[in-house]
Design a protein around this ligand. Structure first.
Ligand SMILES: C[S@@+](CC[C@H](N)C(=O)[O-])C[C@H]1O[C@@H](n2cnc3c(N)ncnc32)[C@H](O)[C@@H]1O
Length: 372
């Protein structure tokens, strides 16, 4: 088991120390199913684990020991199939293996306290009950309640504990998809067709195979609707100004095979994702360009018929699928990103050919939208 603890520890060091996304951290390590489960579990339950450890540890230890305590606590509380004594022993052995033998006794003592449940959880009437129980920052809970009310907030928080094993896919609009649909149906993947023209499916082996072959792709209904709302005409000049990883660019490229989509992004390495995506989906009418969209590009002025602005955002709205969003951004990011979104929109509007309405997909706050 020590190998699983080691891989999780290495991945979590990347997340907690280097601010890496969990997907990057999981990708870069030799992860077994168990280590992935531990890594994602610690990320998802971070607030809960810290709440418990704060009661048992007088002074917060160095980051690496704290991560081992979180791994041990998570395993003791959430992985019922592994005997508790084995979890404690292996965590202690791991501490010794990273040349921290002097802290082995400390880790042993704390994990035994966790095992004996020598901690309290907040009561329903406590202010931090929702934050700790659903592992979300207090500011986020307060803001959700203020904006959506207590009932909706609770519904969303409770929903996140459902297992989501279904995915939304779309097929290639350029071809007859009869064969693909037959295969999907025969494999039992199709749950239902959606109003945006995609399908809710079980992500089985057939889906994975057809994905690799570029016959289908995973795309959320909201992402599809953004492109359908823009409704670009085939043959027109199209700019996707913040395009990586390329979901919307590729969809537009397939809908408008006689157009060239100019797909830009701030980061060269993220544009590689657009190129991989295009290649997998057999799309050849996308040109990628690294560009900071907050700086006016004179070559683009008055050039495009359609512009998609999917500006950078906090991704807080995706917290169910990506529990690490709260490690990447905090409340102050909302205003900072709104400023960036506004300056991207102000530049983008100048890239539209004169006389064309500006259709935007903006993730701006309502306040910013009003200012526009
Ligand atoms: C919401 S994502 C775009 C998702 C994409 N439209 C899709 O459907 O796959 C926002 C993107 O904006 C990029 N970005 C962030 N700051 C930027 C800037 N100043 N200029 C251009 N792109 C930026 C990020 O790298 C990220 O890839």
């Amino acid at each position: 088991m020590i190998e699983h603890i080691k891989s999780s520890y290495k991945a979590l060091l990347k997340v907690f120390k280097e601010n890496a996304y969990s997907t990057q951290a999981l990708f870069s390590e030799d992860m077994s199913n168990l280590s992935s489960r531990i890594t994602l579990g610690v990320i998802e339950k971070n607030i809960y684990l810290e709440y418990i450890l704060a009661q048992l540890v007088k002074k917060k230890p160095a980051n690496n020991i704290y991560i081992i305590l979180k791994i041990g606590t998570y395993m003791l509380l959430f992985l019922n199939k592994i005997p508790d004594y084995a979890i404690v022993n292996e965590c202690v052995n791991f501490v010794k293996s990273i040349k921290k033998s002097e802290l082995a006794g400390f880790v042993n003592a704390i994990l035994n306290k966790v095992d004996r449940r020598e901690f309290k959880l907040p009561k329903e009437t406590d202010k931090d009950y929702l934050s700790v129980t659903y592992c979300k920052p207090q500011w986020f809970i307060d803001r959700m309640i203020k904006e959506f009310g207590e009932e909706s907030t609770l519904r969303v928080l409770k929903d996140q504990n459902e297992t989501f094993d279904l995915e939304h896919i779309r097929l290639d609009p350029r071809v007859d998809n009869e064969e693909t649909l037959k295969k999907l149906t025969a494999s039992g993947a199709v749950v239902r067709k959606t109003i945006v023209g995609g399908y809710v499916v079980k992500n089985n082996a057939t889906v994975k195979q057809l994905f690799q072959k570029g016959n289908l792709t995973f795309q959320s209904p909201s992402s599809m609707v953004a492109v359908q709302g823009l409704n670009p005409t085939n043959g027109s000049n199209i700019l996707d100004i913040c395009s990586a990883p390329g979901g919307k660019s590729v969809y537009m490229a397939q809908l408008c095979p006689d157009s060239t989509i100019e797909s830009c992004d701030l980061y060269e390495h993220r544009l590689k994702l657009v190129q991989f995506y295009s290649k997998r989906m057999k799309v050849t009418n996308i040109e990628t360009k690294a560009m900071d969209a907050t700086i006016l590009n004179p070559d683009f002025v008055n050039k495009f018929d359609y512009i998609l602005v999917d500006a950078p955002c906090t991704c807080f709205g995706t917290f169910i699928k990506h529990p690490d969003v709260f490690m990447q951004h905090d409340e102050s990011s909302i205003d900072k990103l709104s400023e960036i979104q506004l300056s991207i929109l102000q530049n983008a509007i100048q890239y539209l050919k004169v006389g064309i309405w500006f259709i935007q997909l903006a993730l701006c706050s309502k306040k910013r939208m009003k200012r526009l």
